[in-house]
Design a protein around this ligand. Structure first.
Ligand SMILES: [Fe+2]
Length: 265
């Protein structure tokens, strides 16, 4: 099974350049690339910061762009999003019955769970009691099956001094629940605009840098962004195997033939 993760689209005003990049064009190129190479994916998951400011026009633009995506998709909010505007533009994107944009997607390889970690008005994320109760139910229903968790905010400190205080609040509440159920095989998130992998509470995790500018590797306190190539993730899940590829879809490198040693392009 193939799943695509796209994160931190940060769609803003049409024609605007942010850090020198046109995010509308970038999203279009990303969709073109997925359509051309991964039309066989079961789902494309957008892990939050769909828009820059959460305004209705940006969601309308997002909906228009995603109309060209040949793969079914599921949307999650990030701290830049506004839940009411997201739901208004995408009423078909499932919610949990309590007004949160969280849902599940059952597959032959297990259950994908999409968690809404948006705390409106704050950069940090939260999982309120009602959201955790919902998650508890979804994990319980999937007892004995593999579960893959998607959310915007990291539930783990990453060694990034400026970003770590901006992650998920009280991550132990989530991690305790995951440990209790013991069926989550991997956690996928965005928010930090970097490619990072590791484990937390014994569970592998993967962060995708996404479509917006990358935060510098901030181990020394520099507060800068760098216009690194945008990327999306290709997640392959097959039995006991989880493989995550990062695809720099705008990069074009010189091509050389191993057979002749000559440059081919
Ligand atoms: Fe972001």
């Amino acid at each position: 099974m193939k799943i695509i993760q796209v994160t931190d689209v940060h769609l803003g005003r049409r024609g605007e350049l942010r850090y020198g990049a046109d995010l509308h064009e970038r999203l279009d190129r990303c969709i073109d690339h997925i359509n051309a190479r991964h039309g066989d994916a079961a789902l494309c998951v957008f892990t939050g910061d769909l828009t820059e400011s959460g305004d209705a026009q940006s969601y309308a633009d997002l909906k228009s762009a995603l109309g060209r995506l040949s793969v079914p998709y599921r949307l999650l909010p990030g701290n830049h999003d506004r839940r009411a505007n997201l739901i208004a533009a995408f009423p078909e994107n499932p919610a949990d019955g309590n007004g949160f944009v969280q849902s599940v997607f059952d597959t032959p390889e297990g259950r994908l769970v999409f968690l809404d970690s948006l705390a409106e008005g704050r950069v940090t994320g939260e999982l309120s009691d009602d959201r955790l109760v919902w998650l508890d139910t979804q994990l319980g229903e999937a007892a004995g099956k593999a579960v893959y968790l998607f959310l915007h905010h990291p539930p783990v400190e990453l060694g990034l001094s400026l970003l770590d205080p901006l992650g998920l609040e009280q991550p132990h509440r989530l991690l305790d629940l995951l440990t209790h159920h013991g069926n989550v095989r991997c956690i996928f998130f965005g928010h930090v605009h970097r490619d990072i992998a590791g484990t937390v509470a014994g569970i592998p995790f993967s962060a995708q840098r996404g479509l917006h500018a990358r935060f510098m590797l901030d181990l020394i306190g520099d507060e800068m962004v760098e216009q690194a190539p945008p990327a999306y993730s290709i997640i392959l899940i097959d039995g006991a195997r989880v493989v995550i590829h990062s695809c720099d879809f705008l990069e074009e490198w010189p091509l050389w033939s191993p057979a002749t040693g000559e440059r081919a392009r």
